[in-house]
Design a protein around this ligand. Sequence first.
Ligand code: FES
Length: 163
Amino acid sequence: MGSTKTKTHDEQVTLLEQVIAKYQGQGRKALMQVLQEAQAIYGYLPLDVQRTVADGLGVSVAEVYGVITFYSFFSLNPKGAFEVSVCLGTACYVKGSQAILEKIEEELHIKAGECTPDGKFSINACRCIGACGLAPVIMVNEDVYGRLTPDQIPAILAKYKEA
Ligand code: FES
């Protein structure tokens, strides 16, 4: 999985074709498995990959999309080396998480759901991460930061920019 970024697009296409060939004829029974392997190849599951998987297994794109959005370990968006998750759950929202998100977008020059061109950061707007007592909360990979104000954001991100 760690070598995802070193694969060329052609290599990724070939690997995905091999995965689909391995499960040929199994239809939707193999969908979860194929999607997991596809995500290991690409790092996330963009629309063209969803279409290839759907065609390969003979299921609809809507079904593939439904599975991806149901399980949180599947991602529709590219992930950076540091994924900044901003909780927009109710407790965080009422304590100003929208302003936190906007500050992060401004600092990284990307929007939620996007990845910086160098692959270092992505922003993920998420639901409650179970730390409501610390609202508003963000996570950078596994690191949790709570009771935030927007002016704390640059210093937090700077740590990872230098990493
Ligand atoms: S609402 Fe943000 S941690 Fe629960």
